[in-house]
Design a protein around this ligand. Structure first.
Ligand code: CDP
Ligand code: MG
Length: 886
């Protein structure tokens, strides 16, 4: 490599990696048969014949299943020593009544589906049933996957506590941490963790049972795991060490798993657990409030419930963390806990008596025990996070809703309310607070995102206030442009929300929208995540598992062909896959030889980050760059390191936001790297500086608050750095990185090389400034003044005001992502030099002269020499001089 620029040759791969490949012939054969089979099915060839064959196979398998029943049933009965009160509480759970049914079905089938309302006891009890039946006392242990980290941690604690077992026996494993030991019998983990394990040990030999929990959420990893397990389970069966699969869902919508010929050969039995649900009265608004007033409507509804209605917890569903914090603050102001305006958490329980007149219903309510309530120190971190959010506007005079018959005029009540936030980014300590009873005399009000919909059950909720809204990230399947849109949720999820009010007694659900909107505008179910996001990471993982025909994988719901093609194109351009080769159609061979994973691709698949970032890591082995690349990739992989100031930005907000941020950034720069100019080169270098300066100061909450950094994000960056450092040390021979969080600032050369590495990872995300409009140009042309153009999109792009490059407007840059709000905004920018492009992302350039390496191809139709296969960048050259390459 030359001294002044980065060597683009990919890191060498060591022999060891080859060992991690799946070399099990059975597996390969099996996957090939699957591929062949589903291909036939897809093209509609010989469908009937296939069906008949399948029927025969089905009955054969059923027969075999029956024969195997006796073998697969563990004979033991493991005693569990539960506390008396735990045992009593358990017996009240609906699933306990079904224990025999559940266990018989599991013993008799390879795959079982368990459906039951949230709170019926699926997550906490089914692992215990299995444990008692001896499933953790033979060859393997019990594995449970959760889509969310918080659920994995909290459920392992809960189950351990119920069974009087230690954390070394009932353990958890999430992305960065865990407490699994050789003694572990029940292991809760995120679905991503289990997917990584499949890559290392395809047959999951450690486990005797896998429970896929919350399958109704249809998270990408859950879907992929179910697809993989549909093949792993029969293979384990064939090998004589059966693996049971249990899919648990909170809704009855399981057709994607049952009526799906791609998945299971034998339709799995479904065990339904009756919910012991009290009636919930649904109150629709007569009119639906305007789009931007729902938060205010929710606020007013909570106030009215609190003032007019008898005791009982309130649960409010809003769309995001910021809304949760805003509404909590507003409610705390309206119903202050003490005269001094302290937060409720600071109050000693029982200090204040409830003055509200007793209602007839009150006597029936369970007594709230204070045993497990203790005064905790204020959560600094949470306070800061909440405090720095921008205050959403509350217009208390606007009235978009109708008064419900039961809710009258303001009674002027100022009884205290115990307001708690709940969202997935909240620390688990803070989340746990919602499970404890509120202090005596206080009404509990939990303001939550849809995490409270199914995975967590809040006790004693009597009133649900449902805005009907949900915030979802939408991706353009091909370009990956993401938008956060607030939309109506699905009717299935609205019903889940309503159900939360009927857990401990009859309840009420106030829907802040009309029944007409519910009937006509709500989708029935929320779509599977895999159909809504780019799949480059998945395609790479599958190729690493030697699943070549990615399209033929047994997905519960398949992604679009275009999504997969876009992913393959990206992976080819990153060098992780070979380009697919087209062959002439013949009778025996398929049209296209699928792309193969390269050694670089295998190395990239080891890193637990998106393929673009793995590519950056794989180039970082030169000039002592790895510690910086690791820190930067970690920061890039953690969402929103900086506190959001304005979202979405508007014309007036833009300038303020930019000024405020620039101040922060200048301070960060000074503290860590002196007064150089490199600040102006991009957001990703600022990100690195934030990590560097923060760790230099010992990463304190004070430092983060002062500089607009989210402390929690920084802590996560640190954990991810440790994890990435370990992966780098395994994958890159002789890397020998140390895990010290302190970093010295990079020198000028290193700073430049880092930008080149960024370009190598984000080569398809290059944007060029439009030429400045000439003086006297019309309005249409003036609109393009600070606009950029990129390869994938026709529309002009703009620099997001949170970017350090907002005022710089460099000629050429790369962006981390595009988000659509009022405009198409680019975020996470780094300025680039034009002459780097042909070197670091040749596959995106068109060249006027042939390149020596890699071998250029002559395009006869265009009469020019093209480098590699794509020419996407040539579209960027529209109206601008083309990039000349000698
Ligand atoms: O999985 P599913 O929604 O069917 O129910 P679960 O999570 O097993 O919860 C069963 C019961 O245990 C619920 O009534 C919860 O309120 C209770 N539980 C609890 O008290 N504390 C926990 N940390 C978890 C569950
Ligand atoms: Mg559950």
């Amino acid at each position: 490599a030359s001294e002044s620029s980065i060597d683009t040759s990919d890191m060498s791969t060591d022999e060891e990696q080859e060992e991690t490949m799946v070399d099990d012939e059975d597996v390969k054969n099996e996957l090939e048969t699957i591929a062949a089979k589903s291909e036939k099915g897809m093209t509609g060839e010989k469908e009937n014949e296939l069906e008949d064959k399948e029927k025969i196979e089905k009955s054969k398998t059923e027969q075999k299943d029956k024969e195997d029943k006796e073998n697969s049933k563990p004979a033991v009965n493991i005693p569990v020593n539960r506390d008396k009160d735990i045992q009593e509480a358990r017996l009240k759970l609906p699933i306990l009544a079904e224990e025999q049914m559940v266990m018989e079905t599991i013993n008799d089938s390879q795959v079982t589906i368990v459906c039951g309302e949230t709170g019926s006891g699926k997550t906490t009890q089914v692992p215990q049933f299995l444990y008692e039946a001896g499933y953790a006392h033979g060859e393997g242990i019990i594995g449970v996957t959760e889509p969310r980290r918080v659920a994995a941690i909290s459920m392992s604690h809960r189950v351990g506590k119920e069974m009087n077992l230690t954390t070394s026996e009932v353990s958890y494993q999430i992305r960065y941490e865990g407490n699994v030991t050789p003694k572990t019998k029940i292991k809760f983990m995120t679905d991503g963790v289990l997917l990584k394990e499949v890559q290392k040990d395809f047959l999951l030999t450690k486990y005797s049972v896998i429970i896929i929990d919350e399958a109704h959420e249809r998270s990408v990893y859950t879907d992929i795991l179910i697809g993989l397990l549909s093949r792993i389970v029969p293979l384990r069966h064939k090998k004589g060490s059966p693996l049971k699969l249990i899919i648990m869902s909170a809704t009855l919508r399981v057709e994607d798993f049952t009526d799906n010929a791609r998945l299971f050969r034998v339709t799995p039995p479904v065990v339904k657990v009756d919910s012991r649900q009290f009636p919930v009265t649904i109150h629709f608004n007569k009119r639906t409030p305007l789009d931007n007033t729902y938060l205010n409507e929710a606020y007013k509804k909570v106030c009215k419930i609190h003032r007019k209605l008898p005791e009982g917890g309130i649960l409010v569903f809003v769309t995001g963390q910021q809304e949760v914090n805003t509404l909590c603050r507003k409610l705390r102001q309206t119903f202050p806990a003490t005269q001094g305006g302290k937060k409720e958490e600071d109050i000693i329980p029982g200090k204040k008596k409830n003055k509200r007149t007793e209602s007839p219903e009150k006597k029936n309510l369970p007594k709230i025990s204070l045993d497990n309530y203790s005064v905790e120190p204020t959560d600094e971190e949470e306070e800061r996070e909440g405090g720095s959010d921008s205050e959403a506007e509350f217009d208390e005079t606007s009235d978009g809703s109708d008064d419900d018959n039961i809710l009258g005029e303001d009674g002027g009540c100022s009884d205290p309310m115990f307001v708690l936030p709940l969202y997935s980014m909240l620390s688990s300590d803070r989340q746990a607070k919602v499970f404890a009873p509120p202090p005596n005399g206080y009404r509990l009000c939990v303001v939550a995102t849809n995490v409270a919909e199914t995975s967590l059950t809040i006790p004693n909720v009597k009133y649900v206030v449902d805005t009907g809204k949900v915030k979802t990230k939408f991706y353009d399947k091909v370009t990956g442009v993401s938008t956060f849109r607030i939309t109506w949720t699905s009717s299935a999820s609205a019903n889940q929300r309503a159900g939360r009010a009927g857990r401990t007694g009859p309840g009420h659900c106030y829907r802040l929208y009309s029944s007409a909107v519910f009937t006509h505008d709500f989708e029935k179910f929320s779509p599977a995540e895999i159909t809504r996001r780019p799949v480059d990471d998945l395609v790479l993982q599958m190729k690493d598992m030697n699943i070549d025909k990615v399209m033929n994988f047994p997905y519960p719901t398949p992604p679009d062909w275009e999504q997969i093609k876009a992913a393959e194109r990206l992976l080819v351009s990153l060098g992780a896959l070979t380009a697919p080769v087209s062959r002439p159609k013949s009778r025996y061979k398929s049209k296209e030889v699928p792309s193969q994973i390269t050694p670089l691709g295998r190395a990239m698949a080891h890193f637990p980050v998106s393929p673009r970032y793995s590519k950056m890591l794989s180039l970082g082995h030169q000039h002592d760059l790895l510690p910086y690349v690791v820190a930067m990739v970690a920061a890039l992989s953690v969402a929103e390191v900086f506190v959001e100031l304005h979202q979405p930005p508007d014309e007036s907000g833009e300038k303020d936001e930019f000024k405020k941020r620039l101040q922060h950034f200048k301070q960060i720069q000074k503290m860590w790297a002196g007064n150089g100019h490199s600040l102006l080169l991009g957001d990703l270098t600022v990100l690195l500086k934030a990590v560097g300066s923060c760790e230099y100061q010992g990463c304190t909450p004070e430092f983060c608050q002062k500089h607009g950094i989210r402390f929690k994000a920084m802590k996560e960056v640190r954990k991810l750095r440790v994890q990435l450092t370990n992966s780098v040390n395994t994958v890159i021979p002789g890397a020998n990185l140390c895990v010290d969080p302190k970093l010295d600032p990079p020198n000028d050369l290193q700073s430049k090389l880092l930008r080149q590495i960024i370009l190598a990872g984000l080569g398809d995300h290059v944007a060029r400034k439009y030429p400045d409009p000439p003086p006297g140009a019309d309005d249409e042309a003036k609109k393009l003044k600070y606009a950029y153009q990129c390869a994938e999109l026709e529309e002009p792009l703009f620099i997001h005001p949170s970017s350090v490059l907002y005022r710089q407007n460099p000629q050429l840059l790369v962006y981390q992502r595009i988000e659509e709000t009022s405009r198409l905004y680019m975020k996470g920018l780094v300025a680039m030099e034009a002459e780097w492009l042909p070197i670091f992302c040749p596959s995106h350039c068109t060249f006027s002269k042939p390149l020596d390496d890699p071998a250029p191809e002559f395009d006869e139709t265009k009469g020019e020499v093209m480098c590699h296969m794509t020419s996407t960048f040539s579209r960027c050259t529209w109206g601008l001089p083309a990039i000349e390459m000698e």
